[in-house]
Design a protein around this ligand. Structure first.
Ligand SMILES: C[S@@+](CC[C@H](N)C(=O)[O-])C[C@H]1O[C@@H](n2cnc3c(N)ncnc32)[C@H](O)[C@@H]1O
Length: 354
C-alpha cells in the first residue's frame, strides 16, 4: 500500500471510531468495512485513491457515506436503502456493506462526483440554544426582531420562533409546530415573552443550501447519519416549514454579510451563529468582532443589538472545549454566558457554565 493509502485507511478508521462515539454505531461498523476494503485494495480503494492526499478536515469518509446515503434517500440505491434506518431498512450495517461495495464497484463515476461535495449540515436542535438565549435577553415586551445569521447553512435556525420548545421540567414555549424540540432546555428562560414578532430573516453562508428545493433538502438529509432518526425527523419537519416562511439566503462570508447590516429604528437587530466560528479565518473573525463593536456603539434603547453565539470555547486556558451559549447586548456591550449544551444543541442547561 502507498503511504497515502495508509493515511486514508487511518482516516477512515478514525472516522469509524468517531461515529461510534458520537452516536452512529451504524456508520461506525460500515466505515470499518470501508477501511478494511481500502486496505485490501477493493472498490473503496479505487474510488477514494484520487483523494487519498486530502487533508483530514475534508472528511473524505463522510463524503463517501454521505454520497451513498444521498443515492439511497433519492431511491437510486434500493439494495443499500434496504439496510438504512433512514429509509425504513433493517438497520444492519454488516448487511449494508455488500450493497455499498457493489455500489462503489458499479457506479464509481457517480460516487466520485459526489465526493466533490463538502458535507453540509444544518442542525435545528441548535435553535434551542439560539432562541433560548434570545428569550433570556429580550425582556417581557420585546421590539420586533430582525434575525441575521452567520454561517446559516440552509437557514433553518432562522425559523426558530416557529418551533415548539418543551423543557425537561414540563414548561413549554412557542406555537404548535411540526418541529418540536424536546427536551430543549432544563427550564423555560425565566423572563421569556410569550411570543416574538420576527420581521426579517437573513442567512449568510459561504456555501448556502436552499432547503426549499428537492436537491437542497436531499443534500441536508444525506449528511445526517442514517441511524440518528430523531435528528432526521426534526430536520425533515424544519425543511417542510421552510417552504412557508421567507428567508433571504445570501452566498457570502460572515464579515461581508455584517458589512451590509445596519441597525433599524424600532427593531431589535440580532446577529447569531452556531458551530461555524472555528471555520472562519482569524482575520475575518477580527473583522466580524470589530463590525459588531462598531454597530454596538450606534445602538440605542430603540435600536438595540444582540450578538448570540452557540460555539465551542474553552472557559479556562487549558480546559476542554464546551458548547457554550452566550449573548452580548448593546447599548452596553456586556457579554453573558447563559448556559451550555451538547454539540447538537439539545438540551440546554441554563446558568453560567462552571
Ligand atoms: C457546521 S456548519 C453549521 C451550520 C449551522 N450554523 C448549524 O449550526 O446548523 C458550518 C457552516 O459555516 C459555514 N461557513 C464556514 N466558514 C464560513 C465563513 N467564513 N463565513 C460564512 N459561513 C461560513 C459553512 O459553509 C457551514 O454552512
Amino acid at each position: 500500500m502507498t503511504h497515502d493509502l495508509t493515511r486514508l485507511v487511518e482516516h477512515v478508521r478514525h472516522q469509524s471510531r468517531a461515529c461510534h462515539e458520537l452516536g452512529s454505531p451504524f456508520y461506525g461498523v460500515l466505515l470499518a468495512h470501508v477501511a478494511d476494503d481500502v486496505e485490501a485494495g477493493g472498490p473503496a480503494a479505487d474510488v477514494l485513491r484520487d483523494r487519498a492526499g486530502d487533508p483530514g478536515p475534508s472528511a473524505v469518509a463522510l463524503r463517501l457515506v454521505g454520497t451513498a446515503h444521498r443515492l439511497a434517500l433519492a431511491g437510486q440505491a434500493p439494495d443499500l436503502a434496504a439496510h438504512l434506518p433512514s429509509t425504513g431498512g433493517d438497520g444492519d450495517p454488516d448487511a449494508a456493506w455488500p450493497a455499498l461495495r457493489t455500489l462503489l464497484e458499479t457506479r464509481a463515476a457517480e460516487v466520485r462526483a459526489g465526493l466533490e461535495l463538502a458535507p453540509q449540515t444544518n442542525e435545528t436542535g441548535r435553535s434551542a440554544a439560539l432562541l433560548g438565549a434570545l428569550l433570556h435577553v429580550v425582556g417581557p415586551e420585546p421590539l420586533p426582531v430582525r434575525l441575521w445569521e452567520l454561517g446559516a447553512s440552509g437557514g433553518l435556525n432562522l425559523l426558530a420562533d416557529q418551533f415548539r420548545y418543551v423543557a425537561a421540567d414540563g414548561g413549554t414555549w412557542g406555537p404548535d409546530s411540526a418541529v418540536v424540540l424536546d427536551p430543549a432546555w432544563d427550564t423555560v428562560p425565566g423572563a421569556a415573552p410569550s411570543d416574538l414578532s420576527v420581521i426579517e430573516r437573513v442567512g449568510g453562508d459561504l456555501s448556502p443550501v436552499d432547503p426549499t428545493t428537492p436537491e437542497g433538502a436531499l443534500r441536508l438529509e444525506s449528511y445526517v447519519w442514517p441511524d440518528q432518526e430523531a435528528r432526521l425527523a426534526r430536520l425533515r419537519a424544519a425543511i417542510s416549514l421552510a417552504s412557508t416562511v421567507p428567508v433571504r439566503r445570501v452566498r457570502t462570508g460572515a464579515a461581508e454579510l455584517l458589512d451590509s447590516l445596519e441597525l433599524a429604528e424600532g427593531a431589535l437587530t440580532v446577529v447569531w451563529h452556531s458551530v461555524m466560528w472555528q471555520y472562519v479565518p482569524r482575520d475575518e473573525q477580527e473583522r466580524v468582532t470589530a463590525r459588531l463593536a462598531q454597530l454596538g456603539a450606534l445602538a440605542t434603547p430603540t435600536s438595540p443589538l444582540v450578538h448570540i453565539a452557540f460555539e465551542p470555547r474553552r472557559l479556562a486556558p487549558d480546559g476542554d472545549y464546551r458548547f457554550v451559549v452566550s449573548a452580548r447586548t448593546w447599548p452596553g456591550g456586556q457579554e453573558l454566558l447563559l448556559g451550555e449544551a451538547p454539540a447538537h444543541g439539545l438540551p440546554v442547561s441554563w446558568g453560567t457554565p462552571g
